[in-house]
Design a protein around this ligand. Structure first.
Ligand code: BTN
Length: 254
C-alpha cells in the first residue's frame, strides 16, 4: 500500500497564494464530485476534496471510475460563480490539457490528451477529467491512476507506477499538480482560447488523425483539423465538408 494521504503535507507544499481555499481529505466517499455538490453551503470557492477511495466514482457518460483504496488520485475542485457555458466546456479541456502537461514534465513520457477529457499513453488511459455544472457552479474532478498495478485497473488502462516502475508519493504529486494547474488557469483567464489552443496543438492525440465518432445524429467520419473556442472538435469529412463535434463518442482513431 502506498503512503497515506496527509492533509498537512499536501497543504504545506501548495503555493502560499494558491487558489485552493480549503483542502479536505476523506478516507472513503461515494464520489468526490457528489461530495462537492452535497456540501455547497459549507464549501468555499476553491475548495479541494480528495479521497483515499470512492465507492461510486464515475466519469463521462456515467462510466465507473475504478477507485482502489490508497492508490490513485480521486480529487474534485469547486468553482463557484462560473455562469458561462463556454467556460464550462473549457474547464474539462483545460483540466485534461493541464494534467497532460504536468505529467509529461514530471515523468517524461509522451502522454497525449484525447478529446475531450483523457490523458493517454500508447492507447491506454492514465487519467480522466470530468466537469459537472449546476446553476453556474462547477465541480472539476480529476482521476489519475498513480500507484495501481494491473489487477487494480480496468482494461486498456495504465498507471504511473506501471510505466515508471516506481511508487509515487501522492502527497507531493497533488500539491505540485495543483500549483501547475493554477498557472494554466491563470493563463487561460488572461489569454482565454489562445492558451487552450496552444496546449491542444502541443499535446492533442487527435490532431490530423482520421476518426470515426458516434453522435446523436449518427456516425461521422473525417480528419480532425482543429478545436473551436468552446472546445468542439472540427472535423473535415470525406466529401470536404466541415463538422463540429461537441458531444460525441470516439469509436475509431487512425
Ligand atoms: C472520465 O474518464 O470520464 C473522467 C473520470 C473522472 C474521475 C474523477 S475521480 C474524482 C472525481 N470523482 C468522481 O466520481 N469522478 C471524478
Amino acid at each position: 500500500m502506498s503512503k497515506k494521504l496527509n492533509q498537512i503535507e499536501i497543504k504545506k507544499r501548495v503555493k502560499s497564494d494558491s487558489i485552493v481555499s480549503d483542502l479536505i481529505v476523506l478516507d472513503q466517499v461515494g464520489s468526490t464530485q457528489d461530495y462537492i455538490f452535497e456540501n455547497l453551503d459549507s464549501l468555499k470557492d476553491g475548495a479541494v476534496v480528495i479521497a483515499e477511495s470512492q465507492s461510486s466514482g464515475y466519469g463521462r457518460m456515467g462510466r465507473t471510475w475504478q477507485s482502489s483504496y490508497g492508490k490513485g488520485l480521486y480529487m474534485s475542485m469547486l468553482f463557484k460563480n462560473v455562469f458561462s457555458s463556454m467556460k464550462y466546456s473549457g474547464f474539462t479541456m483545460l483540466g485534461s490539457l493541464s494534467l497532460c502537461y504536468y505529467l509529461r514534465l514530471e515523468y517524461g513520457f509522451d502522454f497525449k490528451m484525447r478529446w475531450p477529457n483523457d490523458v493517454m499513453f500508447e492507447g491506454n488511459k492514465l487519467a480522466g477529467v470530468l466537469a459537472n455544472m449546476r446553476d453556474g457552479i462547477i465541480g472539476l474532478g480529476f482521476g489519475v491512476n498513480i500507484n495501481q498495478d494491473l489487477s487494480e485497473l480496468p482494461d486498456m488502462a495504465t498507471s504511473i507506477f506501471l510505466l515508471s516502475g516506481e511508487e509515487v508519493d501522492r502527497n507531493i504529486f497533488i500539491p505540485n499538480f495543483l500549483n501547475s494547474f493554477q498557472k494554466d488557469l491563470g493563463d487561460w483567464e488572461e489569454e482565454s482560447f489562445r492558451h487552450l489552443r496552444k496546449l491542444w496543438l502541443d499535446f492533442a492525440l487527435l490532431k490530423g488523425k482520421e476518426i470515426t465518432a458516434s453522435t446523436s445524429s449518427g456516425i461521422i467520419k473525417g480528419t480532425v483539423e482543429d478545436i473551436t473556442e468552446d472546445c468542439g472538435l472540427i472535423i473535415r469529412g470525406d466529401m470536404g465538408y466541415k463538422v463540429v463535434l461537441s458531444v460525441a463518442e470516439l469509436i475509431k482513431i487512425r
